[in-house]
Write a protein that binds this ligand. Sequence first.
Ligand SMILES: N[C@@H](CCCCC(O)O)C(=O)O
Ligand SMILES: [Mn+2]
Ligand SMILES: [Mn+2]
Ligand SMILES: [Mn+2]
Length: 303
Amino acid sequence: ETIVETEWMDNGGQLHRGVEDGPISLVGGGLIKQLKDLGWQVNFDLHHQFEEVNALADPPIGKLRNPRLVASVTESVAKVVGGHAKNGELPVTLGGDHSLAMGTISGTLEQHPDACVVWIDAHADINTAETTGSGNIHGMPVSFLLGIETSVPQFAWVTGKPLLKADRLVYIGLRDVDAGEKRILKERNIKAFSMHEVDKYGIGKVVKMALDHVNPKRDRPIHLSFDVDALDPSVAPSTGTPARGGLTFREGHYICEEIWATGLLVALDLMEVNPSLADPTGIQQTVTIECSLVRSALGETLL
Ligand SMILES: N[C@@H](CCCCC(O)O)C(=O)O
Ligand SMILES: [Mn+2]
Ligand SMILES: [Mn+2]
Ligand SMILES: [Mn+2]
């Protein structure tokens, strides 16, 4: 059974919510029927229960922007995703800001402590409060999840008991990584396949090498966290931090099809679709590919 839930947060951590506005209604409507046609029982979960943390009450902490809003939203996502995972459901989270992955991955690891994380992204999202340039927390979730960043009290709920281990994480698609992040990836020995490796070996070999690293015996549950900006901007234009030279339409789908084929998928995030950042055709194109990637990750095959 899957659940589909939506939290919309753009780069500044502002919360756009509700199916009544933006293409999410497209996703909510179209995607649910598409997944049911694949044979899934879908329980569409939309959350409104975030307390209104307005900008005044949420001044930056150091460089971090909207820290209290992001901390409260991600903590509630962890509870909701963890709850559904406990029920034996497969949470599918449509974002919305990649900071939400602090919640989804915490939720998964509560229920599946030996899970591994496959992170598809142009970015490493592993900045600390000190290395971040933008102060946008969507560039930091992995440093919280690994317990590298522990100085922000609002995030004690995740950094207090870091559940993710560096050898259970692997990246595919990196091409826009900050200097501080490159240092952290090296120091922590984190496996990362950039677009250079995708060019060099092809996506088939890269996905095999990535899984060989985090799941050598193919016996660990997999949490797939897919940032839509891993795709080339010509393929998925409506996203907050586009970077040229990304994955093709097919490479993105291959990753989802191959992860599904392992039979080990326990959670899926499709993140950083930001409807306010493109023209209507660009939004439609991005939402359509988002739905297509979800279907591929949930069993839709070409033949
Ligand atoms: N590294 C940049 C860009 C982060 C992009 C976040 C996206 O991958 O979720 C930053 O820290 O601001
Ligand atoms: Mn974002
Ligand atoms: Mn990301
Ligand atoms: Mn990204």
